[in-house]
Design a protein around this ligand. Structure first.
Ligand code: HEC
Ligand code: HEC
Length: 441
């Protein structure tokens, strides 16, 4: 079956209930691919050669976009220091990493992170915290590699350790990080189905929580409970909502203030933020913040790419029998959404439980962040990963140490140790079948 036929069939199925609120076929074991709904429910977009991310959901009437078109402009715009030519787009810096969201979140790949010359690109940034969660007293919670006064907080180079792990080195002649503070790497993820993930109810996330491993399967996912909500975005699930995530990015990655984060990313000991003009109070209006939120909310999910239906089903069975789906949960469902009713009650296939898991010492970043321990990571969604594997720059895991999916699996430890071992014990043919499944979801 070619890709086109598959899409048509899956859309037809969606029309007669397969992609709606009926999820009886998923999680309980579908017999054929036709028992599965479309990857992103109604938000599924047709496969395209090189533009799979940052697409709008296809069946939404333009009059129902709200601020999404404007949000898209703000997302791809280059912001400038104040005062800039356009009031709407100024206030960048004085401390920042880069001047556009789209420098880090591209339409066709993960942005370049670990470059072959040992330098690092926009596709990776660094939190600065110790294992108790304390930030660096001088530089604050994140390293800014750009400064308007040309004295950035530092740059980072990387090298391979003796175990093929990645080691990061801070280059800053004047400063070394405070004792115990780690350079904690965070790869920029591709943005897929962000609205769907945002619209899952907290009770749906909590269904999978098993803090004390009462079912004794060795896996004890826990929600990243913040003071008033459950974190779900970022590698450590530090943000509860898209809006919080976006405001955090504006502040820490771009030096832009919002009503949610009114301060520039300077600590009290850093005077550079007071030396340069501000782009307004706040620099990014509530209207702009809302527009980007709308844009992210209606981002689509690329459809599955299935060449061989029976291989896909065999791979799915192996994914389940090796226990991947204990964390990479196949389906989630949105609640009722007033602003974008079309996204209400959608069953979709992200392969994440949005919970934190202890992944073992090898994957520790030495930093506690927003309640997540150094070894704890939020299960990342797996959809779309096959579209970027082997493209020459996309890398995998929170620090980019894996350049293909196979290697990413082999680094699993901690709660995922048994599942990793089950994967290793498969025959080579079975492993390839599982990988083919992963590449097509
Ligand atoms: C310097 C690179 C960089 C810039 C600029 C940047 N981001 Fe990000 N973004 C990241 C990284 C790294 C993460 C993961 C953060 C973490 O793990 O806490 C992320 C996470 C996200 C997520 C959550 C993804 C997920 O799967 O949980 C969203 C949504 C997002 N960014 C949107 C934006 C928007 C909107 C902008 C512009 C206002 C922006 N980003 C600017 C690097 C960047
Ligand atoms: C205990 C929960 C758990 C189990 C079981 C598990 N994973 Fe993961 N997986 C994670 C977490 C958490 C990460 C992120 C770890 C990191 O970045 O340090 C991850 C990362 C990945 C990645 C890289 C994702 C990316 O965005 O770069 C792939 C691919 C993956 N897992 C596939 C699998 C497969 C295949 C299996 C079964 C053989 C499996 N996982 C079993 C929790 C789990």
């Amino acid at each position: 079956m070619n890709k086109k036929t598959y899409l048509l069939l899956s859309l037809m199925l969606a029309g007669c209930g397969g992609g709606g609120s009926d999820n009886s076929a998923s999680e309980t074991g579908a017999d054929t691919v036709f028992d599965l709904g479309p990857a992103g429910g109604v938000a599924t977009v047709e496969y395209s050669e090189n533009n799979n991310f940052l697409q709008f959901i296809p069946d939404l009437d333009i009059s129902d976009y709200h601020g999404a078109s404007q949000g898209r402009e703000l997302f791809i715009a280059t912001w400038s220091p104040a005062p800039g030519d356009r009031d709407l787009l100024d206030g960048y810096g004085p401390l920042a990493i880069t001047d556009s969201c789209s420098n880090c979140h591209e339409a066709s790949a993960r942005a370049e992170s670990l470059k072959s010359d040992g330098s690092t690109g926009n596709g990776i940034l660094f939190r600065l915290r110790d294992e108790d969660g304390n930030e660096d007293p001088l530089l604050g919670p994140q390293l800014q590699t750009f400064s308007e006064d040309n004295i950035p907080e530092g740059t980072v180079t990387w090298s391979e350790g003796s175990n093929k792990e990645v080691l990061f080195h801070l280059n800053n002649n004047q400063y070394s990080l405070a004792d115990g503070v780690a350079l904690a790497p965070r790869l920029s993820p591709q943005l897929v189905g962000m609205g769907l993930l945002d619209l899952v109810s907290e009770s749906t996330i909590l269904e999978y929580e098993d803090i004390n491993d009462s079912d004794m399967d060795g896996i004890s996912g826990r929600a990243n409970q913040q003071s008033e909500c459950i974190g779900r975005f970022g590698w450590k699930a530090i943000h509860c909502t898209l809006k919080g995530q976006v405001a955090g990015a504006f502040q820490q990655d771009m030096g832009l203030t919002t009503t949610l984060n009114a301060l520039e990313p300077c600590t009290e000991s850093q005077s550079v933020c007071a030396l340069y003009p501000s782009g307004g109070k706040p620099e990014v209006s509530d209207n702009s913040l809302e527009a980007i939120n709308d844009f992210l909310t209606i981002l689509a999910v690329p459809e599955r790419r299935i060449d061989d239906e029976s291989e896909f089903m065999a791979g799915k069975a192996l994914f389940e029998s090796t226990g991947c789906d204990a964390c990479h949960r196949e389906t989630l469902q949105t609640g009722d959404i007033e602003r974008f009713p079309i996204l209400s009650n959608q069953v979709f296939y992200p392969y994440t439980d949005l919970l934190l898991h202890d992944m073992g010492e090898d994957l520790s970043d030495g930093a506690k962040e927003a309640g997540a321990e150094p070894t704890e990571w939020r299960t990342p969604p797996l959809w779309g990963l096959g579209l970027i594997e082997g493209d020459g720059k996309s890398r995998f895991l929170h620090d980019g140490r894996a350049s293909d999916l196979d290697t990413a699996i082999l680094w699993h430890g901690g709660e995922a140790q048994a599942s990793k071992e089950a994967f290793v014990e498969l025959t080579e043919e079975q492993r390839n079948t599982l990988l083919a499944f992963l590449r097509s979801i």
